[in-house]
Each structure stands twice: as C-alpha cells, then as structure tokens.
Design a protein around this ligand. Structure first.
Ligand SMILES: Cc1cc2nc3c(=O)[nH]c(=O)nc-3n(C[C@H](O)[C@H](O)[C@H](O)COP(=O)(O)OP(=O)(O)OC[C@H]3O[C@@H](n4cnc5c(N)ncnc54)[C@H](O)[C@@H]3O)c2cc1C
Length: 427
C-alpha cells in the first residue's frame, strides 16, 4: 500500500486523507487500470482516484478488438474477465435492407484472437482491479471526484478529490489524466481538448431484452451489425448475458426534432430503422428514460504532457464509437506509456520533455486511426441518394482488394507492433 501521510483540511471542513505515491492515475477506465497494473508490476507505487463507486457502465463500449485481447491476455487478466461473462462475435457486417454489403470475417485472423469480444466493461475493470489489489504499492481511492490539481510552482504534483469516499489529497511524482473524453484533469491543466465535429452524428443508445433462447440450443454464431433500412443507420449486437445493444445514429442535434413529436414517433422511427427489432422496441421502450442520447465527437488534446502530468486514452484523444476502437487504443496507450513513465519515475525526471516521449511514440498511430474512422464513417453511415446508390458497388469491389485485409488488420490490432515492456517488470 502507498503511504498515508496524515490528514489535511479538506472541502467542507472535513479532514482530507493525505496520500503520497509515485504515480497518481485519475480514472479507473481501461486506460487507467491497465497502466496501474503495468506500473505496479514494475515496482512503481500507484494511487488510482475514481469518481464512481462501482463499475456500472451501461452506455460504455463493450466491443473489444483482438489487439486489446492479446495485451490483456499477456497481462494475465483476459481469462478471468471472460469467465465473468462475455459473447464472442465472429463478424462485422454492414446490411442494407436484406443485402449484406460488407462482411468482415474476424475468423481470417490468427487464433486465438480471431473474433470480437462483447464484454461488459465492468467485467474487464473488476478483473484488472483484482490484479492491482494484489500489490502492496496500490491504493484505490474510489467514490472521489478530482476537483483540483496540486502544484509546486508550475509543476503538477498531485490532485485533490472529494465525494462519498471522503476528501483526499494525493501527492505524486506524476499525475496521469485517464479520466475520459470530458477530462477534468486536462481542463484543470489548461490543455485544450481539440474537439472536432467531424462525424456530424449523435447516437441514441439503448438495450433490449432478447427473446429467450430455446432450452438446449447451442451458442449461436454472433455478429456486430450495422443495418441500413432506408432511414438512419443502426448498430446492433448481442450484449452479455441476454440483451441486445442498439445504437441508432442520427444527424448531429437531430434528436430534438424527432423527440419533439413524442415517444410513439421515436419508436416508429426506430422500428423502421431496425425492422427485425420492431416488436421488441414496441414492447420494451416505455419512456424516454429508456434511451440515452450520446454526443459523438472526436478530438485530440493540444498536448499530452506537461511538467508532472501526462494524458492517455480518451482524455488525450477521443474517437467516434464507429469501428469500436476506444478500448483498444486506451489499452495500447497504457502499454506505450508504461516504459516511458517507469524510466521517468526511476530517474526522478517527470518533466514535460521526458513524458512527451509518449506523445512522440503514440501520436502517429492515433492520427492513422482517426483517418480510418473518418473514411469508415463516410462509407457506412452517410445518408443520401448518391451514397446509397454508390455504397453497394463500392462494398463489392472493396471486399476483393488487398486494402480490405490491411484495413481489417488496422481495425483489429491498431498498431500491431505495440508490445508490453516486460523488461521493466520487477515481479
Ligand atoms: C456510446 C459509446 C460506445 C462505445 N463503444 C465502444 C466499443 O464498443 N468498443 C470500444 O473499444 N470503444 C467504445 N467506445 C469508446 C470507449 O468506451 C472509450 O474509448 C474507452 O472507454 C476509453 O477508455 P479510458 O480509460 O480512456 O476512459 P473512460 O473509459 O472514459 O474512463 C474514464 C474514467 O475516469 C473517471 N473520471 C472521470 N472524471 C473523473 C474525475 N474528475 N475524478 C475521478 N474520476 C473521474 C470515470 O468515472 C471513468 O471511470 C464507445 C464510446 C461510446 C460513447
């Protein structure tokens, strides 16, 4: 366990727990917890500050790509996370009315990571946490929202946080902002989010209970699908244990117009967009509270490092949910940052130049993925007579080109050269 150095006066007059550690990670998402585990395995003390008390993440990404699976496996957490419950999806399909336009077969990739995994993020995060908790140098400070950065002069030297878990003041050689796309740490450090409205769409996100499977029926072959039935495209996949995750894409800010016409109108539009689920939509969507509207945007923070601070995952670069890349990229960020941070802590230099090495190594991968996602979004989600006419022809041609295999590899692995720096491990 990291050292507690007594108590300071906290917000509202309550005494704040004072923690002194090597690295303070803000945010226990995939980026934050994978980094914490890598650092702990390298003998670095870590405190993780997380605003939530439990990993209840109903509208969070659940589809994990092969690249992230391989890294999690190497870390020894994949089997335990899978055992908590998940579904295997063998293909990604783009379906226009009854025609399959694009059929990306993950089975073409080498086993054992020859599929997509749909796994509740809670399963992944709880397993990561379990592994972190085995280390003496780990401190988990949940139920606390970071509200301020501590500074020694210009240098960031910790955070203060408060919430149901109680006020806390954490001093560290380095603070890692892994607190997601609306990163408070990024804002407090005065770093611009670099938000871009390049996707021009929002997503209405909800789950349906699947029809019960007949007794004795084996596991079906599952896929992740984007339907196009005339209206706005809809993303659908089986979510563990027996639910269907639906994401209805709408023109940016278009939901207000649809919702102004009442819930029945929304349900009719939804049913028309995803005909196979019309009955479930009619029966199960009972209130606007059953639907969550997500603002889709991408962005790249102006810079990812400052003296005593580094940003990773969605806090550094945010992606559209298209192509299910966020978790893969967040985990790979942690893996790329790990040796940079271990070396910085060991040498005592956690200045912007030393930590900036992470941005130099990682920025080209992120830029490449953003380019792919822009093309994917145009190819799959654009609406309009021209796009609808051209798309089937393009999809047919694309399937038979070498570019198809290249894109599949990029989507599945991100940068396949990213490897865990096990030479830094001390246990
Ligand atoms: C609708 C939707 C669907 C998606 N689907 C997929 C998908 O299928 N596959 C995929 O790979 N990606 C998907 N993504 C993206 C994916 O969820 C993210 O890219 C990924 O979770 C980023 O990981 P992270 O660790 O950087 O941040 P996050 O997962 O956002 O974690 C940040 C953590 O920081 C905590 N936090 C925030 N502020 C504070 C604070 N002030 N103090 C303390 N703690 C704080 C949060 O509670 C959270 O636990 C989807 C995203 C959306 C919006």
């Amino acid at each position: 366990m990291s050292a507690d150095t007594g108590a300071n006066a906290g917000a509202g007059g309550r005494d704040a727990l004072a923690v002194d550690t090597d690295v303070c990670v803000v945010g226990a998402g995939p980026a934050g917890l994978v980094l914490a585990l890598l650092l702990l395995k390298s003998g670095v003390r870590v405190a993780v500050v997380e605003r939530a008390r439990a990993h209840q993440r109903e509208f969070r990404g659940e589809i994990v790509q092969p690249g992230a699976m391989a890294l999690l496996d190497r870390l020894g957490v994949l089997a335990g996370a899978r055992a908590r419950g998940c579904h295997r999806h063998s293909r990604f399909r783009l379906v226009e009315r009854d025609r399959v336009l694009l059929d990306i077969d993950y089975g073409a990739l080498p086993a054992p990571y020859d599929h997509l995994l749909s796994i509740p993020q809670a399963h992944l995060l709880d397993e990561l946490l379990l592994h972190c908790e085995k280390f003496e140098g780990f401190r988990y400070l949940d139920g606390r929202r970071v509200g301020a950065l501590l500074r020694d002069g210009e240098r960031i030297s910790g955070v203060t946080a408060d919430g149901p878990g109680g006020p806390v003041s954490v001093r560290a050689r380095c603070v890692v902002g892994a607190d997601g796309r609306f990163s408070k740490v990024r804002r407090l450090a005065g770093i611009g989010a670099g938000r871009e409205e390049s996707f021009d769409l929002d997503v209405l996100w909800f789950k349906l209970d699947a029809a019960p499977r007949p007794a004795g029926a084996g596991e079906p072959e599952r896929d992740v699908r984007v339907f196009r039935s005339g209206g706005s495209p809809v993303l659908v996949y089986d979510s563990w244990p027996d639910r269907i995750q639906v994401g209805w894409t709408l023109p940016h800010k278009g939901y207000q117009e649809v919702v102004a016409q009442g819930l029945d109108h929304v349900k009719r539009e939804l049913a028309a967009a995803a005909p196979p689920y019309a009955r479930l939509i009619e029966e199960q969507i009972r209130s606007p509270r059953d639907l969550t509207l997500l603002d889709v945007f991408s962005g790249r923070a102006e810079r990812w490092a400052a003296d005593g601070l580094v940003l990773i995952g969605d806090a550094a670069h945010t992606h559209s949910p298209i192509g299910a890349q966020g978790i893969n990229l967040a985990i790979q960020d942690a893996v790329v940052l790990h040796p940079v941070l271990v070396d910085a802590v060991r040498s005592g230099d956690t200045g912007a130049a030393a930590l900036g090495e992470f941005e130099q190594r990682r920025a080209p991968d992120i830029a490449a993925m953003m380019r792919i996602q822009r093309v994917q979004s145009k190819a799959m989600l654009s609406i309009g007579a021209f796009a609808t006419k051209v798309r089937p022809r393009l999809a047919r041609v694309f399937r038979h080109t070498p570019v198809y295999r290249k894109v599949l590899r990029a989507i599945a692995y991100g940068n396949p050269a990213v490897r865990i720096a096990e030479d830094r491990f001390t246990s």
